[in-house]
Design a protein around this ligand. Structure first.
Ligand SMILES: Cc1cc2nc3c(=O)[nH]c(=O)nc-3n(C[C@H](O)[C@H](O)[C@H](O)COP(=O)(O)OP(=O)(O)OC[C@H]3O[C@@H](n4cnc5c(N)ncnc54)[C@H](O)[C@@H]3O)c2cc1C
Length: 478
């Protein structure tokens, strides 16, 4: 669309922005901007006058400076896989999307420092591969890693499968480069393990969901590459048995647990039905499953023997009813596929309401039992398909619409369903958002859950760093 056809404050900036980023760095045709303006879950279909795609940090700085002067809002965007509409612009077309995709270089990997200096637009998968090529491992893994980018992963403080061992994205960041709300560039790309020099600014930006600054590059901690990996899918009678099994692995050697995931029987059944190539390695389905992955960088750890030993006792005690240990990389992939395809399978089964919740690990089984009962009482036929990171206390308590129900009707019940789940979460001292963040979907819950001093401090930080409110206005803070 020619810039002259629209006369919003954002559109008025387009010629100056084009002069900074060039023709290649600007998408203005509404047909081409539409995919960027819709979120992964298809909850929001926004509009934007342009997707700005700068090639480097200096261009981002110049664009932000212009927008700050004109008070035009910016939505930073990575892979656009946010589960809470965090990277979607508003429907009124007043906000630019700032895509980080062209900042896609791995700047440096140092195998002795065990660090990687990387730009924000590199996908998580590409970052993992680069670390492996250098003989190390980037120990962060999420199902969306082929699309999600380092900047988005850090801006949302992503968790994922390996949190049980390595922590969240936050725990892997040593340094950041950030474009601030007035366009100034903060270069904090230090790779120091110890650096007590005032407030820890990088941790302010991690998890801020694009509301405080644009992350353009980072220094990430790497881990030693695993020499041995052992993976098993275990059929269990219920979530309490899965938690019992986790306790057994933890007591034996907590340092080797790389992932411990819970899968409901209903969730796995759905994956088997709608995802081509998904196969259950058992003769008959079970009420629930635990997926355990052990890994070590030690050459002589005998991981496979440890895994078999723990499973033998668990089978004898009735905690596990059947177990399949991966004998090859292909079998390992097939087991993980049953876990990784949960979100996609639920998307294909109609409307779903997602609760990304956490409780202390010891309370996960009680959470699943009580929340399932509460939702089934509220809506007859609702299909509870809880799954996720049992080993760190984070469950995706997803609810799929009853078979044959009207999707729009079901989605209209989302607040009521979230409320009954959150009542249980609150009672168990948990959080209503474990790893997906707040985005556009959940700011309304912040006053109730994080009100008082906590929210007041957050507002003061936002005011100090982004006084004109140009970064993601209306997201995170109500
Ligand atoms: C199938 C699937 C599985 C998922 N599994 C997990 C999981 O296991 N664990 C987990 O934690 N999350 C998971 N997620 C959600 C998760 O938040 C995202 O996948 C990922 O962290 C976001 O990365 P992104 O590049 O797509 O960010 P986007 O979706 O583009 O953006 C997310 C937020 O970060 C902001 N942002 C993006 N880039 C920048 C930047 N450079 N600087 C400042 N702000 C920025 C955006 O404005 C937005 O608020 C999953 C999502 C999907 C679709």
């Amino acid at each position: 669309m020619p810039d002259t056809q629209v006369s919003t404050p954002a559109a008025a900036l387009l010629p100056a922005i084009r002069a900074i980023v060039g023709e290649r760095g600007l998408i203005t045709d509404p047909v081409d901007t539409a995919p960027y303006a819709e979120d992964w879950r298809k909850l929001y279909r926004g509009r934007t006058p342009a997707v700005i795609r700068p090639a480097n940090t200096a261009e981002i700085s110049a664009v932000v400076r212009l927008c700050a002067q004109a008070k035009v809002p910016i939505v930073p965007q990575g892979g656009n896989t946010s589960m809470v509409g965090g990277a979607s612009p508003m429907e009124d077309g007043s906000e630019f999307i700032l895509s980080l995709s062209r900042l896609n270089r791995v700047r440096e990997i140092d195998a002795l420092d065990m660090t990687m200096t990387i730009e924000a637009g590199v996908t998580l998968k590409a970052a993992q591969n680069a670390a492996l090529e250098a003989g190390c491992m980037l120990p962060l893994s999420i199902s969306a890693e082929g699309t999600a980018q380092i900047g988005g992963v850090l801006a949302t403080n992503a968790g994922g499968n390996n949190t049980v061992r390595y922590g969240n994205a936050r725990d892997l960041v040593l340094g950041l480069e950030v474009v601030l709300a007035d366009g100034e560039i903060w270069n904090g790309l230090r790779r120091l393990r110890k650096d007590n020099t005032g407030y820890c600014l990088r941790q302010l930006f991690v998890g801020s969901e694009g509301t405080l600054g644009v992350i353009t590059a980072a220094v990430l901690k790497l881990a030693p590459r695993a020499r041995e990996i052992a993976v098993a899918l275990c059929a269990v009678p219920d979530a309490a048995a899965a938690l019992d099994l986790f306790g057994r692995f933890q007591a034996y050697d907590a340092t080797t647990i790389q992932a411990f995931e819970f899968l409901s029987g209903a969730g796995v059944d759905l994956v088997l039905r709608v995802i081509p190539g998904a196969v259950l390695p058992f003769a008959r389905p079970a009420p629930a499953y635990a997926l355990v992955e052990l890994a070590t960088s030690r050459p002589d750890a005998g991981l496979r023997a440890s895994l078999e030993k723990i499973l033998e006792t668990a089978l004898a005690d009735g905690v596990v009813t059947d177990a399949a240990i991966a004998e090859s990389e292909a079998q390992r992939g097939a087991i993980w596929k049953l876990r990784e395809e949960h979100s996609e399978a639920q998307k294909r089964a109609g409307a779903s309401v997602k609760n990304d919740i956490s409780v202390p690990v010891s309370k996960v089984a009680e959470l699943i039992r009580r929340a399932t009962a509460a939702c089934e009482k509220l809506i007859q036929g609702v299909r509870a398909m809880p799954f996720g990171h049992m080993g760190d206390g984070n469950i995706h308590f997803n609810l799929v619409q009853p078979e044959g129900a009207d999707p729009a009707w079901f989605l209209a019940q989302d607040h009521a369903l979230m409320e009954v789940v959150n009542e249980v979460v609150r009672d168990l001292d948990g959080s209503f958002s474990a790893e997906h963040g707040i985005g556009r979907l959940k700011p309304y819950l912040m006053t109730d859950w994080r009100g008082g001093a906590e929210l007041a401090v957050m507002r003061r930080i936002k005011q100090a760093l982004d006084p004109n409110g140009i970064f993601n206005p209306g997201r995170v803070l109500p």
